[in-house]
Design a protein around this ligand. Sequence first.
Ligand SMILES: Nc1ncnc2c1ncn2[C@@H]1O[C@H](COP(=O)(O)OP(=O)(O)O)[C@@H](O)[C@H]1O
Ligand SMILES: [Mg+2]
Ligand SMILES: [Zn+2]
Length: 294
Amino acid sequence: MTTNHTINQQKCDETCSTCSPGQAQSAPKSTGKGLPPKAKIDVKHVILVLSGKGGVGKSTVSVNLAFALASHGKNVGLLDLDFHGPSIPKMLGIEDQRAAVLAQTIEPVHVTGNLSVMSMAFLLPDKSSPVIWRGPMKMGAIQQFLTEVNWGSLDYLVVDLPPGTGDEALTIAQLAPNVKGAVIVTTPQDLAVMDAIKAVKFIEKLELPVLGIIENMSGMICPHCGETIDLFSRGGGKKAAEDLGVPYLGEIPLDPEMVKAGDEGRPYILQHEESPTRKSVDAVMKNLVQQVES
Ligand SMILES: Nc1ncnc2c1ncn2[C@@H]1O[C@H](COP(=O)(O)OP(=O)(O)O)[C@@H](O)[C@H]1O
Ligand SMILES: [Mg+2]
Ligand SMILES: [Zn+2]
């Protein structure tokens, strides 16, 4: 394990055009006793957002939760760890922004006075550059996101992960301090729920709390009348939570306005104060805060 950073630096220096050698060299050193130390980031609660499957709405949930928390006065960081498919910058309409890389620190993109975002996408030369990285390189990058990004003093760091139970989730669980647990996002379909159950077991193996399951795209809000239509069967997320003995944080309907918001880069909850979907996002956020802070 002590060689991880060496590997990371070598690979970065050789093959990675996105990460300057200066940056790679400043990666924190491992303790030499196995795992690197917990990163010194000033944060009260680190929340991982995970799912078994892609496309179930992790990034959407991460963005809307981060905004909901920020609008309740919390200092929030949103960390996009989906290196291969970073969607947070696009969803926030900030995909053309770049993080300022200073001598010692990397400045995140400040979306509001109390919400900052960091994504690999902010370090790439342009938005169509793919990230072709191995596990150890990602581990080094995650460590830099925790130690070198100027987050300030955070109440919450919401971490949007790629689908599944891979390196990114393992690494952040090891390196971040105050990891309060994971939120598992699923859709109602059986296959997604089965994968969500795997994600729950993965988090339990890491000896982290499962803060709860969210059933996203649960029923559909009719664009004509605003009523909820049962498009797919509903309730799979709730049942899985009951079966597994983990909290259920609530459901968010499939709402065409949510797709539009994502595509247009304007977070849904900023635009729809009174909608049923907004109410369900708020309810999920409140349940999550209760799990974390009580
Ligand atoms: N509740 C919802 N209603 C409508 N569309 C949604 C909802 N949640 C997510 N989406 C859309 O589904 C797509 C996938 O969501 P995304 O958050 O990127 O999933 P993931 O991060 O799990 O891959 C996006 O186009 C997003 O706008
Ligand atoms: Mg995503
Ligand atoms: Zn209708």
